[in-house]
Design a protein. Structure first.
Length: 386
């Protein structure tokens, strides 16, 4: 598609952007940064940067803990992207001088009751069967690592390569990096792709990609809580904790400044209302696993909309019949961990026009192929896909 700037192009073409990115979440900003750093003229369109799902997200980089049945190709992409995170974080910090809250203590996965442990154990066995680094731990071994865990916890496992980053630090750092590399942020909404004047348009608009492209991206609501340890001290645990508490899946993410992120619901809804029932369930599960949370301050309850797809995998690559329009959306729960690899793959595609083989399972035309084979193309009714 593009190989860099051409000084012999007509003057009209010299002021035309090479790349227009629609959406200033982590995916869009990382693509803008990578493209601008390679000498391309980049504009980013977003009326409200830092306000999407990623501003609500916990920031877990969890390709192992989130390796689920039937999602092997997605798991491979998650692992490949997580492997790029150390370099990505170092480059971003070097470019901006910003702390992005990147931490590598690992993740503990736990089950509170016998039934919880049996449910989790099936998943851990599957993950071990894939060759993933999952080490089973007895209750005493868990509490050796995290003494604050409840005595009732029946067992667990360690995923040492599952790390974390703070999205609320990551987003401004990416914006700074993109702008320092030469990208221009345009604080306006894009209603129609025909309104965008660029050689290549990258749609990284999360749930908004549906209206722009017709792709089957739907909102998946997630409610999340933020707590803070008393007296400004760090939380009483270091690892990310993921587990089941009387059947309720929950995660707890500690921050160095004393914050704990507690989440999250998964709801097929498109509103961002915080409900009392969700707050109650999350708090009960969190306190059941880490009793000291009962003494923490509850400082925020918020909801966001993840961009989901019919197969839970992202949509990456050119729209069918539109090689000048690239999708980078539908990351669902995995937008943060998939940021580095999405930025690299889309930037390479912008520059060369040749899709990396890693993109093959995630191209937009997989939904068209399903339709050609007799399956229905998802359509939107109101705010839901059917």
């Amino acid at each position: 598609m593009l190989t860099g700037r051409s000084e012999s192009a007509p003057s009209r073409d010299r002021v035309r952007p090479d790349v227009a990115v629609v959406g200033a979440g982590p995916i869009g900003l990382a693509i803008a940064w990578r493209c601008a750093a390679r000498g391309l003229r980049v504009v980013v369109h977003d009326p409200a940067p830092d306000s999407g799902a990623s501003a609500v997200a916990a920031g877990m980089l969890a390709p192992v803990a989130e390796a689920y049945f039937g999602e092997r190709q997605l798991t491979e992409l998650l692992l490949a992207s997580a492997a790029r995170w150390p370099t990505f974080a170092a480059e971003l910090t070097e470019a901006t001088g910003a702390d992005i809250g990147y931490r590598t203590e690992g993740t503990l996965m736990v089950g509170l009751t016998g039934d919880d442990l049996a449910e989790a154990g099936r998943l851990w066995a599957y993950q071990q069967g894939l060759g993933l680094p999952v080490t089973l731990l007895r209750p005493t071994e868990l509490r050796d690592r995290e003494p604050a865990l409840a005595p009732r916890v029946r067992g667990g496992a360690l995923a040492p390569t599952d790390h974390q980053v703070d999205p609320r630090l990551l987003l401004p750092a990416l914006r700074t990096a993109a702008q320092r590399a030469g990208a221009v942020l345009v604080p306006q909404a894009v209603r129609l792709l025909s309104d965008v004047d660029a050689r290549v348009t990258v749609v990284a608009a999360g749930c908004g990609a549906a209206a722009l492209t017709g792709l089957p991206v739907r909102p998946v609501k997630g409610q999340i809580l933020r707590l803070r340890a008393p007296d400004g001290v760090p939380p009483g645990f270091r690892h990310v904790i993921r587990g089941y508490a009387d059947g309720e899946p929950v995660y707890l993410v500690p921050r160095a400044d004393g914050e704990v992120v507690l989440g999250a619901t998964v709801e097929e809804r498109s509103d961002t209302t915080v409900t009392a029932g969700a707050v109650q369930r999350l708090l009960r599960a969190g306190v059941d696993l880490l009793p000291e949370l009962a003494e923490y301050d509850l400082v925020e309850a918020v909801a966001g909309l993840r961009p989901g797809t019919p197969d839970n995998a992202p949509i990456l690559g050119p729209l069918p019949g539109r090689p000048d329009v690239l999708a980078a959306t539908g990351h669902h729960r995995h937008g943060i961990v998939l940021t580095p690899i999405t930025a690299d793959l889309i930037t390479d595609l912008v520059r060369t026009g040749v899709p990396d083989p890693l993109l093959a399972p995630f191209l937009p035309d997989r939904f068209v192929r399903a339709a050609d084979g007799g399956g229905p193309v998802p359509t939107m009714e109101g705010d839901r896909w059917s």
